[in-house]
Design a protein around this ligand. Structure first.
Ligand code: FAD
Length: 397
């Protein structure tokens, strides 16, 4: 019997393809320019005041960003995963607004893609066009006060079928866009005995009786996004708001959305890192100590070179995972590696670029301070670094 090649035995078929069409790069530039011109000037103030700005959101809708990956017949742009990833990186780098990039990702990817990927025709028609313009804002309700990493195993929100409706009880914690959202895709247990195979996902509207929103959480970073608990008390959800079939919420709908999350949302970290490097290089060239620009000191150059290396590596991992996904190749391991590497790199780059700013990195007005705080969420949200490591290692067990 022929031995498997080293590559296929350990990593599966290597299918990297590095060509990115010119028009896609031009589109990426246009998103960068829009975010830099229109959003960056107010980012520092909105971060300081933890302010949500509906005007900016409306403008993002007009730019086609809010429904970027939705099919065109439902008001979207029909963008694939790589295009959405490139746009997210450019938006984060141009706007320097991690919170708004997160709110956009929570709306477009984790909140809406379950409907776009697995919804019925009626669900797509009712929700996607309004979500694409930004008239409605979406979010995902998965995490609970008592269940995070073990989201499926410890889930306690329950949905019980009563006639033509489901009655939901429970609560969801840390929900991005919670205080401002109109529509949430919410996971709840429909058959406890089946564990992860007994979870369903529902489209919940904020006006449903029994729905309420907890107080806005005061966060360390991502402060331009809003986060809260969602509470369901005997909340009635019409049966037509079940996405896909009963008990397929976690393994089918969740899985379909997860790989999008672990490439598109992670791309914002690549944007932060690039921005922090740009700022630090500029500062190092003009800041003089001991009679010369600090850029000339070897230990400063070491930080700059390492940052560049980590950014390029993260970018390649994220793009490669997105491009593979677009070719129909499942990427559970690649997207976990991309998330783990890029989010940890963003914190390391934030630390090193801050060091270049000396004491100024500790002052709010200096841009690296905000990016460093925003980057902290990366290793926590959407599956922690510890969980990414266990997924990657389990694949090799
Ligand atoms: C700002 C923000 C926005 C968020 N937005 C959303 C959202 O929109 N929707 C949503 O559903 N959720 C959201 N989350 C929740 C986020 O995804 C969870 O915080 C995350 O999954 C971790 O869950 P936890 O906080 O309960 O930590 P826990 O699961 O309690 O973990 C605590 C620690 O234990 C470790 N740990 C747990 N299990 C293991 C294990 N098996 N092996 C090794 N270590 C382990 C973890 O890595 C971590 O270090 C958001 C969180 C934040 C902070």
């Amino acid at each position: 019997m022929e031995a498997p090649s080293v590559a296929s035995a350990v990593f599966g078929k290597l299918t990297m393809n590095f060509a990115i069409p010119e028009e896609l790069l031009e589109y990426q530039d246009s998103v960068y320019e829009f975010a830099k011109e229109y959003i960056r000037p107010s980012t520092e103030q909105r971060d300081r005041d933890s302010e949500w700005n509906p005007e900016i959101w409306k403008k993002m809708g007009q730019m086609g960003l809010l429904g970027l990956p939705f099919p065109e017949e439902y008001g979207g742009q029909g963008a694939d995963c790589l295009t959405t990833t490139l746009a997210t990186e450019a938006f984060s780098r141009g706007s320097t607004d991690g919170g708004l990039t997160l709110a956009w990702g929570a709306h477009t990817i984790i909140g809406s893609m379950p409907i776009a990927l697995c919804g019925t025709e009626e669900q797509k028609q009712r929700y996607l066009p309004r979500l694409a313009t930004g008239e409605w804002i979406a979010g995902l309700g998965l995490t609970e006060p008592g269940s995070g990493s073990d989201a499926a195993g410890s889930m306690s929100a329950r949905a019980e079928k009563k006639g033509d409706r489901y009655v939901l009880n429970g609560s969801k914690m840390f929900i991005t866009n919670g205080p401002i959202g109109d529509v949430f895709t919410v996971m709840a247990v429909t058959d406890k005995a089946k564990g992860p195979m007994g979870i369903s996902v529902f489209i919940v509207e904020k006006d449903f009786k029994g729905f309420s929103v907890g107080k806005k959480l005061n966060k360390m970073g991502m402060r331009t996004s809003t986060t809260s608990e969602l509470v369901f008390e005997d909340m009635e959800v019409p049966e037509e708001n079940l996405i896909s079939r009963e008990n397929t919420g976690f393994l089918r709908v969740g899985k379909a959305t997860l790989e999008w999350e672990r490439t598109v949302l992670v791309a914002s970290g690549v944007g932060f890192m690039t921005y922090m490097l740009e700022e630090a290089v500029q500062y190092a060239k003009q800041r003089k100590q001991f009679g010369e620009a600090i850029f000339r000191f070897q230990s400063i150059q070491d930080k700059i070179a390492r940052a560049r290396m980590k950014i390029d590596t993260s970018r390649l991992l994220v793009y490669s995972s997105a491009a593979k996904k677009d070719r129909g190749i499942p990427t559970p391991i690649e997207s976990s590696i991309a998330k783990l590497y890029a989010t940890e790199a963003a914190i390391e780059v934030g630390y090193d670029m801050g060091q270049i700013f000396g004491g100024y990195c500790f002052i709010h007005e200096y841009p690296v301070e905000r990016a460093y705080r925003d980057a902290r969420l990366g290793t926590l949200g959407g599956g922690t670094s510890e969980i990414m490591r266990s997924i990657i290692a389990a694949n090799l067990a």
